[in-house]
Design a protein around this ligand. Structure first.
Ligand SMILES: [Zn+2]
Length: 209
């Protein structure tokens, strides 16, 4: 008798958990499909189970969103912004452009090093690294703003309220602070420009300024 109860309890728990879990997943697929329809191509969006708040696009065109990030998204609009931002990185070929910039930066670094009087191999290597880092960083900040702009456009076209972008960033900022210095292990914010500036730019963009 007792065993029967436990068994039924476990079965019900399993379905309840599955149902709760399923909501996030179902909404993710729905949002993904609506955005894909506008872009005109499929993105392989995958969930990664980790406590880190992150979403990222890989060089071969896949998008990963962590379960914690999914949990942080309170509405479909917020989730749409996270996905649309990553889709933007892929569509705008940001990985490839970033690498090109780093190669140019490394070459410039070597030239500057030569002028500065470097003649050992390790010195040239250091100059190359400095050049790649400097040019690469500037490029990556620009790309983040470009991806945000692309995301707002995409959200508008797919029928999502673009203010979801500001809402998710504000919430993350409230919890985790403003920038990379405050949040060392927070992938999505740490690799992006200062959140305050991003929010301001997004607000201007949405208001059409
Ligand atoms: Zn980004």
């Amino acid at each position: 008798m007792k065993r029967g109860f436990i068994f039924i309890f476990l079965i019900i728990s399993f379905f309840i958990l599955n149902w709760c879990w399923g909501i996030g997943r179902r909404e993710l697929r729905e949002v993904e499909r609506r955005l894909e329809k506008v872009v005109g191509r499929d993105f392989a969006v995958r969930i990664k189970h980790t406590k880190e708040i992150n979403a990222y696009a890989t060089e071969n065109g896949k998008i990963f969103i962590t379960s914690k990030m999914l949990e942080m998204c309170a509405t479909k609009e917020e989730l749409a912004f996270v996905l649309a931002h990553e889709m933007a990185h892929i569509v705008l070929r940001h990985h490839q452009k970033q690498r090109e910039k780093e190669v140019i930066g490394a070459l410039l670094g070597v030239v500057v090093g030569k002028i500065a009087g470097a003649d050992e191999e390790y010195e040239f290597r250091n100059w190359a690294k400095v050049g790649a880092t400097l040019l690469g960083e500037k490029r990556s900040r620009k790309q983040e703003y470009q991806a945000d702009e692309f995301a707002i456009n995409l959200m508008n076209k797919a029928g999502f309220n673009p203010w979801g972008s500001v809402e998710i960033l504000r919430r993350l900022r409230e919890i985790y602070g403003d920038g990379p210095a405050d949040i060392p292990l927070l992938g999505w914010l740490a690799s992006h420009p200062v959140t305050r500036n991003r929010i301001r730019k997004l607000e201007n963009l949405i208001r059409g300024r």
